[in-house]
Design a protein around this ligand. Sequence first.
Ligand code: PLP
Length: 444
Amino acid sequence: MPNAPHIKTPLPGPNAAAIIARDRARVSPSYTRDYPFVMARGEGAVVEDVDGNLFLDSAAGIAVTGTGHSHPDIVKAITEQAQKYLHMSGTDFYYEPQVKLAEEMAAIVPIAKGTGDVKSFFGNSGTEAVEAAVKLARYATKRFNIIAFLGSFHGRTLGSLAVSSSRAIQRRGFGPMMPGVFHAPYATCYRCPVGLKPETCQAECLGFVEEQIMIHLVSPDEVAAVVVEPIQGEGGYVVPAPQFHQRLRALTEKHGILLIADEVQSGMGRTARMFACEHFGIDADIVTVAKGIASGLPLGVTSARSELMTWPPGAHASTFGGNPVSAAAAIATIKVLKDGVMRNAEVVGDYLMGRLRALMDKHPLIGDVRGRGLMIGVELVRDRQTKERATTERDRIVQGMFQKGVLLLGAGRNAVRFAPPMVLTKDQADTVVKIFDEVVGGLS
Ligand code: PLP
């Protein structure tokens, strides 16, 4: 595809506007579209809308198309599988792509210290992966309480919604939530209330779990699991100090509580490691994966230590879960990630992060640049001392980037996230930074 961005119509163009009008009439209004991008086709990190405008994609369909839009190896794997059979249902029958994917997951997930003693359950989405993880934790421990973190997002079905605490609108009107869920502050180091530096931090924020939740609210021997995003995604691409995860791991082990690492957004090479847990040197008991795993086809995976996954036939299943076409796409995705895309996420991710950090000298609005690989968050503040959240400015930046041909998504209350397809080149990263510089500079 030609170089992007190239915007040749007012946005939205006429074809996009017509489709959006039809959408408004017949599609649920619950979706959160920030700007009127209507996809026509994509290749690598470039997407074209239905009016022929070309954009650089820095959102990857919410951190999904990690291998790039329509990577030829993934398309080939999908096509070959589709020509053989589309569906059989792993609930009642067997097929090899699902078995092979389970074997591949056992070899890569941060569980059981790399021994491969892992089993996987297959669903269709992130929320289903979390539902399965919570059900499995309850089943395996015979306890039912769950501890999760403020600002987290784990999905929108009723179980995972109860564990999520990203935005009140996601819960509003749907209560009461599933009982037995307790939320603690996440390690938001940029806003550390005790002002610790990462080097001196002892994960004091976990005191809330130990000295508040476990003393006043729930006995630890009745807690089934702690659910945590290794890097908080929807909450603002928040990267904790490693001590947070290490102390949390020790705490869960002490009380026989299972640690569920929700790698739905941070997994599958996004952080330049197959899973973000690797950055913190921790192993989980259960790991949830979706988004990037099948490069855009629906798939959710819940992997656990084999000894935990002992639920009997009928306990949990899904008609479509782990369908053969998604499984084939996932197997091809893992290969493409290992063959160079994950390395590119490291090289281009470091480069992009460095260039975004350099913009801090120029734009006081940029309060923090953080991330790993190509999971980069930029937090915007009105004042670097008070860290007042620049919420409206953030929204204007997202709009401004779109108008200039870059698809960017917000995260949290006042951050933007750079989560492009991980095939992004340095030249494309330069273009993204140049436009971001212009848009941020144009705000004042
Ligand atoms: N978990 C995390 C960490 C996520 O970021 C998301 C989605 O953004 C989910 C779970 C839910 O995934 P899905 O939208 O596929 O249900």
